[in-house]
Write a protein that binds this ligand. Structure first.
Ligand code: SF4
Ligand code: SF4
Length: 450
């Protein structure tokens, strides 16, 4: 993209005061080769590129991001990839310097980075600590689960490298959250994964993201099998899924399994994003997850070249909004095309969803996963629907209770006392409350004091 004079910040009626712009300074380039990664193949969008955001583009991006948040008290600067740490620390030091140059003196800056953790050391940790960078680190569970899919270019498990990186974050007193994907290798092990993240990783903020890897060739649901280099460009098409993907019911059971553990001892201690988002919907607040908001469109992706796409999950030619060297970021975010993208989330809901009891909590899930049909044959139902119904149905009662506690000015954590009292009365051979079909004593009642 050729350089020109900086674009003037536009004044756009109805423009959002704040939005999320996930910047990918290395594009899709990563030092790992996670089997389920939907993003690695996006390298194909930029043949011949060095996949490093140029300094001039970094300045354009930072300046426009700050200008676009002129009405916001805080500007969020979010990095992702690929693996953003491959840019090296000088890039991020320069980014912070630029944010400080352009932001208003009374405007705060919040930095976040999503990383596989393998490149982190004490120097990275010191930088994160100094600038209060919130680090998201990807860990799928104990070694054998994590290494099932999160592998190096040579196909070896990355567990040891990731745990070393996590150790640097913990030693350096860095704020971090753990992003865990739910898939075929861990969907039956929710409680075990949760306890590992809580106890062995010290995680107090968790995101549990289902892997739904679409394929068009239903005859070969195993594909793509190995390195991304053997795969075509991943786009949101096809009505089959790979064998690695979570099953709908498996995802629901996983969430219920975790919830039944969390609600007994960790409310207000451990923040699980989907539980928090569910409670937000129960009390009529905006949840922190776009997936369970009524509309979306305020979480966009910025490639290393300055190209802006409607969403991180739609980095594909038909969802390219433009380049920030040619059109100001705020213009792209506020464009009619992007607004239509966000509205489509609610406008395309099938009747089955519109009539659903838990629609207010689910909102039909993410449009990228809406490729199945409803029982009466209408297209556009979310692949995960059965899991969502299971989870939102299961938590309805405790969510109502926590919402009532909040309404009375009390702490939702009080719910744990009610659970403890009910558990004390429960027979050891009674069915477990998670509806697994197992006895209480050999399921969630097995280790009640943990
Ligand atoms: S398409 Fe899905 S992931 Fe993207 S902003 Fe909408 S709900 Fe969120
Ligand atoms: S649970 Fe299923 S039917 Fe209900 S809103 Fe969600 S996707 Fe639609």
């Amino acid at each position: 993209m050729t350089a020109g004079p900086p674009l003037a910040a536009p004044s756009i009626p109805g423009a959002p005061a704040a939005f999320h712009m996930l910047a990918k300074p290395t594009g899709a380039v990563c030092n790992l080769d996670c089997a389920y990664c939907f993003f690695l193949s996006k390298e194909m969008l930029y043949p011949g590129s060095r996949f490093r955001m140029a300094d001039e583009m970094l300045e354009t991006y930072v300046r426009q991001l700050v200008e676009a948040h002129a009405r916001a008290p805080v500007v969020e600067v979010a990095w992702q990839g690929g693996e953003p740490t491959l840019m090296g620390l000088p890039f991020f030091r320069r980014a912070v310097e630029l944010v400080d140059r352009y932001r208003r003196p009374d405007q705060g800056a919040v930095y976040t980075i999503q990383t596989n953790g393998t490149k982190l050391d004490a120097e990275w940790a010191a930088f994160f600590r100094e600038h209060d960078v919130l680090v998201g680190i990807s860990i799928d569970g104990p070694r054998e689960i994590h290494d099932a899919f999160r592998v190096t270019k040579g196909g070896r498990g990355s567990f040891d490298q990731v745990m070393r990186g996590l150790g640097h974050l913990r030693d350096g007193d860095v704020a971090y959250n753990v992003l865990t994907t739910v898939h075929a290798a861990n969907e039956r092990r929710g409680r075990e994964v949760y306890r590992f993240l809580r106890d062995d990783c010290g995680a107090r903020f968790l995101q549990l993201i289902p892997i739904v890897e679409r394929v068009s060739d239903a005859a070969d649901p195993q594909a793509p099998r190995s390195s991304w280099r053997e795969r075509p460009l991943y786009v949101q098409e096809g009505d089959g899924v790979t064998a690695r993907s979570a099953t709908a019911d498996g995802y629901g059971r996983f969430l219920v399994d975790v919830f039944e553990d969390w609600v007994r001892r960790d409310v207000a201690e451990v923040y699980v994003q989907i539980f928090d988002a569910t409670l937000a919907n129960w009390v009529g607040e905006l949840p922190s997850m776009c997936v369970h908001c009524e509309t979306c469109g305020l979480a966009l992706a910025l490639e290393h070249t300055g190209d802006v796409y409607s969403c991180d999950h739609f980095v594909e030619p038909r969802h390219l909004l433009g380049n920030i060297a040619e059109r100001h970021m705020l213009e792209l975010v506020s464009s009619e095309r992007q607004r239509a993208f966000g509205r489509a989330k609610v406008d395309t809901l099938p009747r089955y969803c519109r009539d659903c009891d838990v629609r207010f909590a689910c909102h039909g899930g993410c449009p990228k996963d809406r490729f199945t049909t409803t029982p009466d044959g209408e297209p556009g139902l979310n692949y995960l629907c059965a899991g969502y119904k299971r989870f939102f149905g299961h938590v309805a009662e405790p969510m109502r209770e926590m919402a009532q506690l909040l309404a009375r000015g009390r702490a939702p954590a009080e719910i744990m006392r009610r659970y403890a009292a009910a558990d004390a009365r429960r027979g050891r051979n009674a069915p477990c409350t998670c509806a697994s079909g197992r006895k209480w004593k050999s399921c969630h009642g097995a280790e009640p004091a943990l």
